[in-house]
Design a protein around this ligand. Structure first.
Ligand SMILES: Nc1nc2c(ncn2[C@@H]2O[C@H](COP(=O)(O)OP(=O)(O)OP(=O)(O)O)[C@@H](O)[C@H]2O)c(=O)[nH]1
Length: 174
């Protein structure tokens, strides 16, 4: 295992389907970034997490977003998280600021707490849902393209076939 990256597996249920997810927790520190960016490439869903008691961590989200845009696959699903929601007395980032930023980037938004478990299950379920939806859309696209190509191939085959009854005794096309 690389320094700066934690790994866990978990099974969660989404729409009655059991989904096994791999969770890669990459360190935020600058010194690990060459390593952690490598992990973006295979991600299907990403949580961008700031700490509601740290304005600085919120300001950092823009940088994470641009890194994700640069290194993660195009269809990656993203959710913005404001963590440490239990630390209300230390709050530096308003909930509306989180909502606003998420809206700008077209992401869902949750305030969570790893201490009280607030929205932990909900946010993982939602991200998994988004990943599954995106995957289904991609598959539908592939299926539609494949059936169009098949229909076209059949049409071409029909057009190249000689006219007249199939069992005609005539063997040449002239
Ligand atoms: N009160 C509170 N503390 C939290 C919460 N989540 C994490 N912490 C604390 O915040 C500190 C940092 O937590 P980490 O999980 O190491 O944070 P991290 O983002 O992985 O840190 P990096 O390694 O820099 O990426 C620890 O002391 C945690 O106990 C939370 O929801 N509420």
């Amino acid at each position: 295992m690389n320094p700066g990256v934690d790994f866990k597996m978990k099974t969660i249920e989404v729409d009655g389907i059991k989904v096994r997810i791999q969770i890669w927790d990459t360190a935020g520190q600058e010194r690990y970034q060459t390593i952690t960016k490598q992990y973006y490439r295979r991600a299907q869903g990403i949580f961008l997490v700031y700490d509601i008691s740290s304005e600085r961590s919120y300001q950092h989200i823009m940088k994470w977003v641009s890194d994700v845009d640069e290194y993660a696959p195009e269809g990656v699903q993203k959710i913005l998280i404001g963590n440490k929601a239990d630390e209300e007395q230390k709050r530096q980032v308003g909930r509306e600021q989180g909502q606003q930023l998420a809206k700008e980037y077209g992401m869902d938004f949750y305030e969570t707490s790893a201490c009280t478990n607030l929205n932990i299950k909900e946010s993982f379920t939602r991200l998994t849902e988004l990943v599954l939806q995106a995957h289904r859309k991609e598959l539908d696209g592939v299926r539609t393209r494949a059936s169009k190509e098949l229909a076209l191939a059949e049409l071409e085959e029909d057009e190249s076939r000689p006219e007249g009854p199939v069992n005609s005794s005539k063997t040449c096309w002239c």
